[in-house]
Design a protein around this ligand. Structure first.
Ligand code: FUL
Length: 480
């Protein structure tokens, strides 16, 4: 192979890497990547050991992304007051559960296809769902289980019994804590709460720092000591990913409607996405889309509720999102290189409401149906076209009406693709556009318009960041 075969300036290294990393390359050629295939759990990946200089995920970020789907559980005093934001003055006596069933939460999450679950251990009202030593504003002051209950314990035990990874949300904004606004004191208080959560409940996969603050201009001003807070997580739970508006491991996707940006880079520019609570249109743009030239790997998480609010309100029972809406959200989150964190709030009994459970299972069925009949892997022949363009072509085992195409990059080596198109030939030698887009990343799901039965498929990458490591292609036929 010589560089003459690379008229558009693709170097020999590019081409070799492209072929070696291709999901369709000969088995022997893949050896070059074997060293990144099985990272020891919890180890930090050294960038120097990789063939490419692009930012790439740590093992924890990769595990986070591979979950694809997590269930968020908003639960607390708001469940009993019918509010979305408590004011911190709630009497713990109102937290009087009748039939807490964390096993039902976890079983439903697993049956719905989620691989992790995140619970609001403390929301903005400051009420702690575990018997903390830091405040009396907790389950220990409620009549539930005679003040001996611990929702966080039951949650983590149930999740582990269903083999789900566990995440905890502990709101920085606290409307109950008297020391909130006395920055050093509240930082100590908050660190003490995190320390309890991160030392008493086994392995935690994700710690969720919410950026909301409704104090207003005349409210209490708290300066959070983020380096200390994040350092505490790193020290106590080294393999947990840290989520916040700004990372450092996982960034918020910039809206609560279930829609990641398109394009969506997992890399961001840390001089734009700097710290939680810093807002502005440029930051929101970066949260939604990431940055192609971003120097840090910070993928976006898409959080959205199955209901209009985050907490359970009986009046919303008829407003649970439809299966169609949830499937659309799947395409605009998981299908855009993000992870879906879908909130399903327990009710006053302490159970997920029947209507939500039914909807979640129907949502799973709809996905199973869409992705049930995958075509066998196709053998692509790859070549370099003019202008650094890379083309792959494959014949389908038989002419097929395509419903969905799932593209993926081998993100262990970073994200590369910046512009692609997929065309199909139905047998008359004409290449018809099936789909086009910008980024791919871990997963890009594209629905295909009805063009007839495709006999040959052509994928063209018109633009990429540095080089192509690998593109995986999975084809799902349309309903016949
Ligand atoms: C927001 C909060 O204010 C909502 O109550 C909810 O927790 C959502 C996930 O984040 O910032």
């Amino acid at each position: 192979m010589s560089d003459e075969h690379a008229p558009g300036g693709v170097t020999r290294r590019d081409f070799a890497a492209m072929l070696a990393g291709s999901a369709f390359a000969a088995a022997g050629a893949r050896a070059a990547f074997a060293r990144t295939a099985d990272w020891p759990a919890g180890s930090e990946l050294s960038r120097g050991a990789l063939p490419f200089a692009r930012p790439h995920p740590t093992p924890s970020q990769l595990a986070w992304q591979r979950d694809e789907f997590a269930i968020f559980l908003h639960f607390g005093v708001n469940t009993f007051t019918d509010r979305e934001w408590g004011d911190g003055k709630e009497d713990p006596v109102i937290f009087n559960l009748t039939a807490l069933d964390a096993r039902q939460w976890a079983r439903t999450a697993r049956e719905a296809g989620a691989r992790s679950v995140i619970l609001t251990a403390k929301h903005h009202d400051g009420f702690c769902l575990w018997p903390t030593k830091t405040t009396s504003h907790s389950v220990a002051s409620s009549p539930w289980r005679g003040g001996k209950g611990d929702v966080v314990r039951e949650f983590v035990d149930a999740a582990r019994a269903e083999k789900l990874r566990v995440g905890l949300y502990c709101s920085p904004w606290d409307r109950n804590a008297a020391v909130y606004g006395d920055s050093p004191k509240y930082n100590d208080f908050y660190i003490a709460q995190l320390t309890e959560l991160l030392t008493q409940y086994g392995e935690i996969a994700e710690v969720w720092f919410d950026g909301a603050n409704g104090e207003g201009p005349n409210g209490r001003k708290q300066l959070y000591d983020w380096p200390r807070i994040w350092g505490t997580v790193r020290r106590l739970q080294p393999s947990a990913v840290i989520f916040s508006d700004a990372g450092p491991d996982i960034r918020w996707i910039g809206n609560e409607s279930g829609s990641a940006g398109d394009p969506n880079w997992s890399t961001v520019d840390p001089s734009i996405v700097t710290a939680p609570g810093v807002d502005g249109p440029e930051i929101i743009r970066s949260l939604q889309h990431g940055d192609r030239e971003g120097t840090v790997w910070r993928p976006g998480e898409t959080d959205v509720s199955i209901r209009p609010g985050w907490f359970y309100h009986a009046a919303d029972d008829a407003k649970v999102k439809s299966v169609d809406a949830l499937v659309r959200i799947w395409f605009s989150s998981v299908g855009r290189n993000s992870k879906l964190l879908l909130n399903v709030p327990p009710n006053r009994e302490g159970r997920l409401a029947d209507v939500d459970v039914k909807r979640l299972l129907e949502f799973k069925e709809a996905r199973d149906h869409l992705f049930a009949h995958e075509l066998p892997r196709l053998g692509f022949g790859w070549k370099i076209g003019p202008g650094r363009r890379i083309e792959g072509m494959a014949a389908l085992p038989q002419p097929t009406a395509i419903g969905v195409i799932r593209l993926s990059e081998r993100i262990q080596e970073g994200q590369q693709v910046a512009k692609y198109r997929v065309e199909g030939d139905t047998g008359d030698g004409v290449w018809r556009l099936l789909t086009r887009g910008e980024t791919i990343g871990y997963c890009k799901l594209d629905r295909v318009p009805p063009v007839g039965r495709v006999a040959r498929l052509r994928i063209t990458v018109d633009e990429f960041a540095e080089t192509i490591a690998s593109i995986g292609v999975r084809i799902f036929p349309a309903d016949s």
